[in-house]
Design a protein around this ligand. Structure first.
Ligand SMILES: *Cc1c(COP(=O)(O)O)cnc(C)c1O
Length: 422
């Protein structure tokens, strides 16, 4: 074949702009084929927390590649995986100590859901087989995870006929909603295996933020009613919200936590599903059928684990959380004045996340226009529907951050003038 096509994600291939070709990266910047540099406002879907090409991570990957790039985990283990598991257990709260490896966030959530189901099955509680999920939630693109993504966001609506029915709830952000949720839970908990939540920030569903008290109240109710809590920190994990993990701000310990995206500092695909001791214990038995029935070919890839260990080194040796606080101040200051512009509904920030929520979704013409204008001005920004946001690398230098926010602010103003009619 001479006319091979790279089929792009979420893109109507007939009308989408040709993708910008990136030939290199460094720091917070992408280098395009024509030599132009873009300041990256997305950090490659929130993964590149230390910026691109951090020498410490690159070096660790190169060293590991020379020793052993990969080995299967069926019956075998390797030092990078053991070390990573120990270190994750040490930085996660409570008894979140049992680390199950995979290669992508969606699969980590699939595994968490399977764990929750089988945990109850192993206790002969097969009736606990439904999952609770929230409006604006996003947990992945595979089939079981699609059943716990907000069905109205558009990404997965087409498939509702073949997806299992789960329990969809508004996020209980007010006292009244919390009362409703508590009453609802009382009636339905007996059939619920677990609740899935993105702690503090729902990412792909529109960068919606909630208070730590809300998260704490939800976790407390679940505990009272014997519903497991699965914290999906695939987006929020590793400093993005200002603490190493978002759950730290609510002082909760979920039964299971999923991590991926920034786990390897944005270098290699790796994910973990980490279970608390009591979940792990629920699989221990002399019955081999009670073992967790999952395993993927590239789970615990040694290069990925080496990269993740190197990334954890950087969280220890470099002042990431202080950098996040500085980024937050800059984002808040740069975006606050946009709140009064026609077409802007809300401006909000948390940690290294800055959001400008518009009154309506950008049309596809406006979306293409917006991205192209940003590229023309030297930045990379990719809005989601009605949300213009930036999630730069946590190491972005102040001058680049200031250019990034200035261009985003300018383009939002231009959009308001050119396209928005109240
Ligand atoms: C990105 C994301 C996922 C899916 O991860 P993939 O690696 O894209 O499969 C799941 N949950 C959340 C919260 C995410 O941000």
């Amino acid at each position: 074949m001479t006319n091979a096509t790279v089929w792009l994600p979420y893109a109507q291939m007939q009308t989408t702009l040709p993708p910008f070709e990136v030939v290199a990266s460094h720091g917070s910047r992408l280098v395009l084929a024509d030599g132009k540099e873009l300041i990256d406002g997305v950090a490659s879907w929130w993964t590149a927390c230390h910026g691109y090409n951090h020498p410490h991570i690159i070096n660790a990957i190169q060293k590991q590649a020379a020793i052993m790039p990969h080995v299967m985990m069926g019956g075998l283990i390797h030092p990078q995986a053991t070390r990573l598991a120990k270190r994750l257990a040490a930085i996660l709260p409570g008894t979140l100590d049992a680390v199950f490896f995979s290669e992508s966030g969606s699969v980590a959530v699939e595994i968490a859901m399977k764990m929750a189901l089988q945990f109850w099955m192993n206790q002969h509680q097969e009736q606990k087989h439904r999952f609770i999920y929230f409006e604006h939630g996003y947990h992945g693109d595979t089939f079981f995870t699609m059943s716990v993504c907000d069905p109205n966001e558009g990404m997965h609506r087409l498939f509702h006929r073949v997806l299992p029915t789960q329990h969809f709830q508004p996020l209980p952000t007010t006292d009244a909603l919390l009362d409703n949720f508590a009453n609802w839970l009382k009636k339905h908990a007996h059939e619920c295996a677990a609740l899935l939540i993105e702690p503090l920030v729902q990412g792909a569903g529109g960068m919606k933020m909630h208070h730590p008290e809300t998260l704490h109240a939800i976790a407390t109710l679940c505990k009272q009613h014997d519903v497991l809590v699965i914290a999906d920190e695939i987006f929020t994990g590793f400093g993005r919200t200002g603490s190493l993990f978002a759950i730290d701000q609510a002082n909760i310990v979920p039964d299971i936590i999923c991590l991926s995206k920034a786990l390897t500092g944005g270098t290699l695909p790796l994910a973990v599903t980490v279970a608390s001791q009591h979940i792990f214990d629920g699989f221990l038995s002399d019955d081999s059928h009670k073992a967790l029935m999952h395993g993927t070919t590239f789970m615990g890839n040694a290069l990925g684990c080496a990269a993740a260990n190197a990334s954890l080194d950087l969280f220890e040796s470099e002042p990431r959380l202080a950098q996040v606080a500085t980024i937050n101040a800059a984002l808040s200051q740069a975006f606050a004045p946009l709140a009064d512009i026609p077409g802007v509904k809300d401006v909000r920030t948390l940690g290294a996340i800055g959001v400008i929520q518009l009154e309506r979704a950008l049309t596809s013409t406006e979306m293409s226009w917006f991205k192209q204008q940003c590229v023309n001005e030297g930045i990379w920004c990719r809005p989601i529907q009605d949300v213009v946001y930036t999630t730069p690398s946590l190491t972005i230098d102040p001058a680049d951050l200031s250019s990034l926010t200035a261009v985003i602010a300018k383009q939002v103003r231009a959009w308001s003038t050119l396209f928005y009619h109240a």
